[in-house]
Structures are given as structure tokens and as C-alpha cells.
Write a protein that binds this ligand. Structure first.
Ligand code: ATP
Length: 254
């Protein structure tokens, strides 16, 4: 299996001096499901922003290293160009248009793939609503009135609407009830399996992420400190104590 995404020796700085990532390497195989773990401020979101071209909006830049997608170097490309290549980033914070309906929110995402989704074919709606029945029931509701979990589903649904080849998901579980967070991860795992969509998730909920991902990486203060198959990283005692602090230990219980 080839790599959809390869990041090699990536160093990222914000402004003149703040080093957020220091020579980090990781890979997402084609059709793989990979988790990037770490405590607050470890550099997880920075990694996703570097991959999807969002760093520039925060005065960040790649200082060294390579980012290769489908065999081509992509570091420095603007985010719209990366979206057209199929890299879709579901940012932390569930960005949806609150006054637009669920369907309108989905349709608004089609621009991200340019000509690839010319007129929002019915089939794409059906597929997304198939994955997220809760959204199907709310298809005509304004997004601002959805629950947190439904908004997260919509944010992921919008990315799917743009027909991604690599889906980046930042803290999908944040602020959600454990049952809803688990449901969202199950759906991501199903999409990964059925569509062979490559997925890279950033999570503080270690056990949730490792239950669904096949492989994980752990960042600490901008450096990669551990990696391995999810089953081997499941030694949560070790992981949470060493790198993730009390917060992760709390998450680690089922
Ligand atoms: P969190 O879960 O809190 O989002 P994270 O692991 O995603 O944590 P990042 O947000 O990537 O961590 O932050 C990594 C480091 O870079 C931190 O020290 C943070 O303060 C710094 N940082 C992040 N964004 C910026 C920015 N826009 N300008 C300056 N420094 C930043």
C-alpha cells in the first residue's frame, strides 16, 4: 500500500521565533486511518494546518521539511488548491454557516473541489445522509439550531461533499458527550473502510482515537515522541502518564 501523505522532517514556526513543530515525520497510507495524539499545545493542529495550507493565515510557515501528497510536493500551496487536489480539513470548532440549512451548508462545500462536483448530485446528498441519519432528519433546519454533535457531523459532511481523498479532522470529539463522540468516530471508521478514504485525525481522547485508527503518532512539545500500530499504543497507562498528562488519563477510561 502506497502513502497518500508523507510528511518528512517538518519544522514549523509562527512569527519570528515560536517553533511549533521540530522535524516531525509521519505518513498516512492510501486508505489508512491514522491518529495524531498529544497534550494541549503539542503541535497537533499546527501539523494539520501545515498540510492543508492554513498556516499562512496565522503567520506560520514551514521552516524545513517536505509534505508530499499522492507523490507530489505540496508544502506552500494555497488551501484552495489543496482542497481541489482532495485535501479537506475539518477544523476544530465545527465551522458551519449558522443561518443556512443543513442542505445549503453541504451544497456550499461543493466549490472546494471545483469542477469535480458541478451541480451537487443527489447521490452525494444521499450518501452523506446515509452516513449521518441524524443530519438527514434535520436537512431543512438552520445549522445554528443543531446540537454540537450534529454540527460536528455537518462539518464532516461538508468535507465529504467536496469529495476528499485525504480527510483531516481536528478534535472531532471536543465538548461532545462520550456517546456522540463515539458515534462520530464509528462513522469515520465506516467511511474509511467503505470508501477507502485516507483519514488523519487529531485527538486528545486517546482511547477513542486508538479504538478506530490503525496507527498513531504522539507529539510532545512539537517533537514526535512515539509512534506505532494503535494496538501497541493502547498501552494507555504508559502513553497518558508520559506524554498526555492528567487530561488524557481521564479520557482513557472507556
Ligand atoms: P490544542 O489541542 O491546544 O489545539 P495542539 O497540539 O493542536 O494543541 P497547536 O495549536 O498546534 O497545538 O500549537 C502548538 C504550539 O504553537 C503551541 O505552543 C501554541 O501556543 C503555538 N501556536 C499555535 N498557533 C499559533 C499562532 N497562530 N501563533 C503563534 N503561536 C501559535
Amino acid at each position: 500500500m502506497g502513502a497518500a501523505l508523507e510528511v518528512a522532517g517538518l519544522s514549523v514556526v509562527y512569527g519570528a521565533a515560536i517553533e511549533a513543530l521540530d522535524q516531525v515525520s509521519l505518513a498516512v497510507p492510501e486508505g489508512g486511518f491514522v491518529a495524531l495524539l498529544g497534550a494541549n499545545g503539542a503541535g497537533k493542529s499546527t501539523m494539520l494546518k501545515a498540510i492543508s495550507g492554513l498556516l499562512r493565515f496565522e503567520n506560520g510557515r514551514v521552516r524545513a521539511g517536505r509534505i508530499v501528497f499522492n507523490g507530489e510536493p505540496i508544502a506552500g500551496l494555497p488551501s484552495f488548491a489543496l482542497a481541489r487536489r482532495g485535501i479537506l480539513h475539518v477544523r476544530e470548532g465545527r465551522f458551519v454557516f449558522p443561518t443556512m440549512t443543513v442542505e445549503e451548508n453541504l451544497e456550499a462545500a461543493s466549490f472546494a473541489r471545483g469542477k469535480r462536483t458541478p451541480q451537487a448530485p443527489r447521490r452525494v446528498y444521499d450518501e452523506i445522509f446515509g452516513y449521518f441519519p441524524a443530519l438527514a432528519r434535520r436537512r431543512s433546519s438552520q445549522a445554528g439550531y443543531l446540537s454540537g454533535g450534529e454540527q460536528q457531523m455537518l462539518a464532516i459532511g461538508r468535507a465529504l461533499f467536496a469529495m476528499p481523498e485525504l480527510l483531516l479532522v481536528d478534535e472531532a470529539s471536543l465538548g461532545l458527550a462520550p456517546k456522540i463522540a463515539a458515534e462520530i468516530f464509528s462513522i469515520l471508521a465506516r467511511i474509511n473502510a467503505e470508501r477507502r478514504l485516507s483519514i488523519l485525525v487529531v485527538e486528545q481522547n486517546v482511547s477513542l482515537a486508538l479504538r478506530h485508527a490503525a496507527y498513531g503518532y504522539v507529539l510532545e512539545s512539537g517533537k514526535l515522541v512515539q509512534e506505532g500500530p494503535a494496538a501497541s499504543l493502547m498501552d494507555r497507562e504508559n502513553l497518558s502518564k508520559r506524554y498526555l498528562g492528567g487530561q488524557a488519563a481521564a479520557h482513557a477510561s472507556p
